[in-house]
Design a protein around this ligand. Structure first.
Ligand code: N01
Length: 542
């Protein structure tokens, strides 16, 4: 075993370590803490110049979490819980980033991370049962274990419009926003995309810009955040009861305190249904999709909720034609990730904002001074892409992960990812994914799911190390059965009824496979515990 004292500076990458951790967001940092505690030598790599992951890159105006701050935070340290004071119900990106930076400093986690460094290849040497990790800065390190904390939404996608290079104005992507911020004052701005990022960025950009054109291909369902300052007594209550509350979150469907109402939307009178929808709308947040038991499983129940939101849009947006265009109709509410906004629909009442339907008249290209659709030209100074990510598998497949006999993860997953529990894939021993495909990941409170995965991985690595075993690998059979189970569970829901990034539908050529596990955080956690406690059935240990 390599001693930690040999790794004083992240700029001196040792030739051998026990564990390499790729990424330094919420997942990578907790993995650093947890694996180092086992006395293992750990080396981290991070593409950004500091910690933060998603919250390092997504600095666009309006960026904010849609899980409540108190719930979207680490639970591993009671001291950290007590000393950190969140200021708002839904934290802004700067506040979350300072929290992550504080964690890195408080637990001294940066010293084993090499920043501004992209991992380019990860290769398994079967004779030695070790991984060789190489970076774009020429580092080469050999490790027994490799942990991919690369994030589910970390590889931005920008459509390749003809002529984009000829554009003389400024071009931005929400997922790679300039650190110094952007001043849109008085400018003609075009924004493409009305998913969660676009819906958050549009209101503040509209307040600054001279003119804002919103290029919408698919209308999205969005519910108000009703964000507010955190009441100190509520924060105290959460901290004093955190142990019970965290247990409740772990036993819930998505890892938050707002769990699913067990009552069917079809079992109540219309007045009661409206009352429940109205209460959920007034409470705000993504919990709207859980205000009845069957909004994501029954098309009929879902249509009631969808029509409720459409009516809200019609009541907020003054121009009936614009309101109509903002009303989603071609997929069930929640089948694409529901958005949470502050003033999104009302922004379309501003005289300087125009909604452009690029479903009817698609974008055909970019020219020197703007953008063209098949119907019209738009003169622009700035172009903002809020066009999303190659989600869940994108960052993993962007690296060359392979074995020395030539088999690559890209080849193995060419028809869709196959994992056991979203944690490991057969043929790639000692390689762990945090919130990988086939785990609740993006359907859950990410911080809670990250902690659950890191704890499982740390316990597994601790067990292998103490029992003198060289490696662990998912079996083909367990992986095949789990992959089928993930698909079967998704098929019982309305999720596959939308062409979403959950299914890979936003990336041309990506296999259409439902990526996260929709069976719930509670059932999933139970299964992982059972596997751990019964000696890792479904995995081969050597
Ligand atoms: O990306 P998206 P996102 N021409 O893929 C459009 C998380 N997140 O970055 O639907 C025209 O959802 C595309 O149109 P369509 C959250 O999990 C969380 O907004 O494909 N339009 C769509 O409107 C979220 O779900 C938070 O027809 C094009 C948009 O771009 C996930 O990140 C905040 C186009 C992409 O939407 C991703 O959200 C932000 C084209 N060629 C993000 N190509 C919070 O916590 C794409 N589009 C609140």
């Amino acid at each position: 075993m390599v001693r930690n004292s040999e790794l004083e500076s992240a700029d001196k990458v040792p030739a051998q370590v026990d564990v390499v951790i790729v990424g330094a967001g919420f997942a990578g940092l907790y993995a650093q803490w947890r694996l180092s505690k086992l006395g293992l030598a750990v080396q981290g790599f991070e593409a950004g110049s500091d910690v933060g992951g998603t919250w390092y890159w997504n600095r666009y105006p309006g960026a904010r979490c849609d899980v409540e701050s108190l719930e979207y935070s680490y639970s591993f340290s009671p001291e950290l819980l007590q000393e950190w004071e969140w200021t708002e119900k839904y934290a802004t990106q700067p506040e979350i980033l300072s929290y992550i930076e504080h964690v890195a400093t408080r637990f001294n986690l940066r010293r084993r991370i090499r920043f501004s460094t992209q991992v380019s290849s990860v290769e398994y040497q079967s004779a030695e049962s070790r991984w060789v990790v190489r970076t774009d800065r020429g580092d080469e390190v050999s490790a027994r274990f490799c942990i991919m904390a690369t994030g589910c939404l970390s590889l931005p996608r920008r459509p390749d419009f003809p002529g984009l290079d000829s554009f003389r104005g400024r071009v931005f992507h929400t997922g790679d926003w300039p650190h110094e911020g952007v001043d849109f004052s008085g400018r003609r701005v075009g924004i493409i995309g009305t998913g969660s990022s676009g819906i958050q960025a549009i209101p503040p950009i509209a307040e600054q810009a001279g003119q804002l054109f919103v290029f919408q291909r698919t209308a999205n369902y969005s519910v108000p955040a009703h964000n507010q300052q955190l009441d100190p007594s509520h924060q105290r209550w959460f901290k004093n009861n955190s142990s019970d509350l965290r247990d409740r979150m772990r036993r819930s469907s998505v890892g938050t305190l707002t769990d699913r109402n067990p009552v069917s939307a079809l079992a109540v009178e219309p007045e009661e249904r409206e009352r429940v929808f109205e209460a959920a709308w007034l409470r705000g947040g993504a919990g709207f999709t859980r205000c009845f038991s069957d909004l994501l499983t029954s098309a009929k129940a879902n249509e009631f909720a969808s029509e409720f939101v459409r009516n809200k849009i019609r009541s907020i947006v003054q121009d009936p034609q614009v309101a109509d265009l903002l009303c989603p109709r071609d997929y069930p509410l929640g089948a694409k990730r529901i958005c949470v906004d502050t003033g999104y629909y009302a922004t379309f009442n501003r005289p300087n904002v125009r909604l452009v339907d690029v479903r009817r008249a698609p974008i055909i290209g970019v020219v020197e001074d703007g953008l063209r659709t098949s119907a019209q030209s738009f003169e622009l100074d700035d172009l903002v892409f809020a066009t999303g990510y190659d989600a869940v598998t994108g960052a993993l497949l962007d690296m060359s992960i392979r074995r020395d006999d030539g088999m690559s993860l890209k080849d193995k997953w060419s028809t869709g990812p196959e994992t056991y529990l979203g944690l490991m894939t057969a043929g790639f021993p000692n390689l762990f994914f945090i919130t990988g495909p086939g785990s609740p990941s993006v359907l859950s409170n990410m911080v809670l799911s990250i902690e659950q995965h890191v704890d499982w991985i740390a316990n597994c690595v601790g067990f292998l190390t103490s029992s003198g075993k060289r490696y662990i690998e998912a079996t083909q059979q367990a992986e095949g059965e789990w992959t089928q189970h993930v698909a079967a569970v998704a098929d019982k829901t309305l999720f596959p009824h939308a062409a979403s990034w959950f299914l890979g539908a936003n990336v041309p050529g990506k296999p259409r496979v439902f990526l996260p596990y929709a069976g719930g955080v509670d059932a999933y956690g139970h299964k992982c515990r059972e596997v751990e406690q019964s000696g890792y059935p479904g995995f081969q240990l050597s």
